[in-house]
Design a protein around this ligand. Structure first.
Ligand SMILES: [Fe+2]
Length: 494
């Protein structure tokens, strides 16, 4: 594992696909407060807090594999630091579907990303039941830790043991199993005096409704819903993520069509029925926040650049413009019905690229600029700068500068100058989302730590890597006592 300067990344270092795909296996145990052994570096003195992370932990039952890892049952990993010493706890989210399938040792639900039950089309047609797999993100709201999956309700977990308390309506805020995004934003910069958790749910259909919710997330009233706003838009909305500024919530509706017929007929998963429509125009839905200056006003709808976006990085306001950084793909990346996700052809798979939209709210148009051509995903800014102009972003990226490949490096980019530095785990290491945790009491934007769960292909196991956010120097590496498949999102809990 090495620190790299820009010019060094240009040389190609090939990866072994088996090293990468070996991460895809079931997690075989649940542990509680297992101390982690330092492999390299030193403990981070005085570090206290918990790294939470979600991702699929079950990918195969009774010999049948899910069609896409996004269909795997959620497993939460919590690494709690006590004065620098980390302890690991991991638990599967005990959803209704998990418990049923655990008992029967077979897949008894279809998956959104194409997992089918045994028995072919006849056994899958007209079965439209969703399994809430709680596998996408994990955050603290009020006093509860929530395992999130965007198409249905959150599962509450005990913050210490990670035991599943159960599906929650958040004190009656949600209807049972109401859609609740897996991409909440913790806002430290709103006009409200409190820390807020801002999130949304989508009811999709020929006309789609976005429910924008803002919760107090600190103080005596933490967990309380303070803002609840609904806006409807024409067309089917597929909205995985959004961005916020002090005054706006920004959504990008990709130019896609949803034809549910192959799903209903048992041929495809619901997400496999999404298809880019080049004749359509993507749209920004820009909703005034009720904690902001434009409260009570209708949303703005502005044509958006072409491309497909899952994730936004950050947004901020500049005069009458919104500057929005996002990871753009040329097309919706999906795994077709006849493909094996453990053997995908990276070269023929769309690449994610960091791009900047400048949205002019007065002229009602948007420009797009590419910040980096290098394939990347899972980007974030210092959480204290969310919604404000941030100078830096950290992200997972490919080792090489050009083309698609697994994510093997971590990059810090200066969003103004485009200067970048990288740390690489190539050729046999594979990285997930870097979680940037600012140093306590520091106002310097890039002072802090990056936490990365790494798949170590050499020993076919997982490591926790901690880097210095400023220069990406390795500070500590811990070998984990469980093997965790390539996963999704996480957060830091103080
Ligand atoms: Fe996501």
């Amino acid at each position: 594992m090495t620190n790299l300067q820009e010019e060094q990344i240009n040389e190609i270092q090939t990866f072994n696909k088996e090293d990468w795909s070996s991460a895809y296996k079931n997690v075989d145990k649940e542990l509680t407060k297992e101390p982690l052994l330092l492999q390299k570096g030193e403990h981070i003195k005085d570090l206290n807090g918990t790294l939470l992370r979600n991702g699929p932990g079950i990918l195969e039952r009774g010999g049948q594999w899910v069609h896409h890892p996004f269909d795997g049952d959620g497993m939460i990993t919590a690494i709690k630091f006590e004065d620098g010493q980390p302890f690991l706890t991991n638990k599967f989210v005990k959803t209704k579907g998990y418990l049923e399938e655990q008992k029967s040792n077979k897949l008894i639900y279809r998956g959104v990303f194409g997992t089918q039950k045994n028995g072919g089309i006849l056994n899958n047609a007209l079965d439209l039941k969703l399994k809430n797999i709680a596998n996408t993100h994990v955050v603290k709201l009020g006093d509860e830790v929530l395992a999130l999956w965007e198409a249905a309700g959150p599962h509450a977990l005990d913050p210490d043991s990670l035991d599943t308390i159960g599906l929650t309506t958040l004190n009656g805020v949600l209807k049972p199993e109401e859609a609740f995004s897996a991409h909440p934003k913790i806002d430290l910069n709103s006009n409200s005096s409190s820390e807020l958790l801002v999130t949304f749910g989508v009811q999709a259909g020929p006309k789609s409704t976005i429910r924008l919710m803002e919760f107090n997330n600190a103080g005596e009233n933490r967990g309380e819903l303070i803002i609840d706003r609904q806006d409807s838009f024409n067309g089917f909305a597929f909205l995985h993520d959004f961005a916020i500024t002090t005054n706006w919530a920004i959504f990008l509706q990709n130019a896609i069509d949803f034809n549910p017929l192959p799903f209903v007929m048992g041929q495809r998963g619901a997400a496999q029925c999404l298809k880019s429509n080049p004749k359509k125009k993507a749209k920004f839905f820009i909703i005034p926040r009720e904690t902001g200056l434009f409260r009570g006003q209708p949303p703005l709808i502005i044509n958006a650049p072409d491309g497909f976006v899952f994730h936004h990085v950050n947004a901020y306001e500049k005069d009458s413009k919104i500057i929005l950084d996002s990871i753009f793909y040329d097309d919706f990346p999906s795994v077709g019905p006849d493909e094996n996700f453990r053997d995908i052809d990276f070269e023929n798979y769309p690449e994610g690229k960091l791009k900047r939209s400048t949205i002019d709210l007065k002229k009602k148009n948007a420009d797009l600029e590419t910040i980096s051509e290098q394939c990347c995903e899972f980007a974030m800014v210092n959480p204290k700068f969310l919604g404000l102009k941030a100078s830096f972003s950290w992200m997972a990226c490919t080792y090489q500068k050009v083309g698609n490949a697994p994510l093997q490096a971590i990059k810090k980019i200066n969003l103004s100058t485009k200067e970048e530095i990288a740390w690489s785990a190539a050729p046999s290491g594979f990285v997930g989302e870097p979680i940037m945790v600012p140093s306590v009491n520091s106002s310097i934007e890039d002072e802090g730590f990056l936490f990365i769960l790494l798949w170590n292909g050499s020993r076919r196991g997982s490591d926790l890597v901690i880097l210095d956010a400023k220069d990406l120097k390795e500070l500590a590496i811990y070998e984990l006592p469980i093997s965790i498949p390539h996963g999704l999102h996480g957060s830091w809990m103080n």
